[in-house]
Design a protein around this ligand. Sequence first.
Ligand SMILES: Nc1ncnc2c1ncn2[C@@H]1O[C@H](COP(=O)(O)OP(=O)(O)OP(=O)(O)O)[C@@H](O)[C@H]1O
Length: 325
Amino acid sequence: MTSLSSGTPARAEAQATGALGRAVVEVRGLRMNYGTTEVLRGVDLTVRRGEVVALLGPNGAGKTTTIEILEGFRRRSDGEVSVLGTDPDRGDERWRARLGVVLQSWRDHARWRVRELVDHFGRFYAPYSEEGRTRPADTDRLLEVLGLTEHAGKRVEDLSGGQRRRVDVALGVVGRPELLFLDEPTAGLDPRARRDFHELIHRLVDEEDTTVLLTTHDLDEAEKLADRILILAGGRIVADGSAEQLTALVERESEVAWTVDGARHLHTTGSPARHVAELYRVHGDAVANLRVTRPSLEEVYLDMVRHHESGAAERAAAEFGKEIR
Ligand SMILES: Nc1ncnc2c1ncn2[C@@H]1O[C@H](COP(=O)(O)OP(=O)(O)OP(=O)(O)O)[C@@H](O)[C@H]1O
């Protein structure tokens, strides 16, 4: 397998030295207002070295706003933010060189040829090499890893959407970032390109010791890609855990519905089997129309999104938070 650098995979090395797990992003009480509209109302989150974290939330939840603040592109209204040990509002060029950024849509550079463009971007990073991390990445090797070798001589404007997206990624990682921000990375990619992209992200994490924070409104993508999912809704993080943890928490709350003597009943419980046994002990054969439903993470999430889009964001977020805690 082609890698961006030679030698021992960086993640294994970091694991050996105990460097994995240190916080690279710390956010406490982050608030953001656009005029009188409060978009972020006290976001707390942590991203640790070596993690792939997905910031998941419905359209307009404030995902882009959050990562733009972390990238130093946008000034926050309030709160504490530290990215690679620095407040992004005061980040200098050396700090910036340690970050990789892939924006939602990149419409510039249409007339550049792929190889020239990646090479050109890479040169900016040359003064910022560090021990164990020579910058930039080798352009040809990077193009190969991203499946762009055969398109290296083409103009960006002549590429397909998926190929362009890969160029965006090349520009985001040519500086061999310690921390990579990806905003909706697979929007517009077909399933094959999406799968390739997921592989690429895992390879970056394993071989380059890159920590990744990505935004998506696709739960499936978050489940496939991320070690940890943060759900942003109503201006706050309402859930934080691995896909398995979130699923387990959701499944704890099952709905038991039944009728006794024609009267309908509904009960939410973490132990449906015990509840059903108790029902039969008390009512015996009078129990009818028994139904036990375990909502999936997706159902609960989509329900929250529907509420959010119908304007009941605050309530939906609170309910969702309650449901999975
Ligand atoms: N520059 C701005 N001025 C005023 N309002 C803004 C600005 N940028 C974003 N907003 C508003 O802030 C809210 C959050 O936007 P943001 O783009 O951060 O959400 P998002 O979760 O990334 O959404 P999407 O999934 O659609 O990309 C939206 O209601 C948006 O209209």
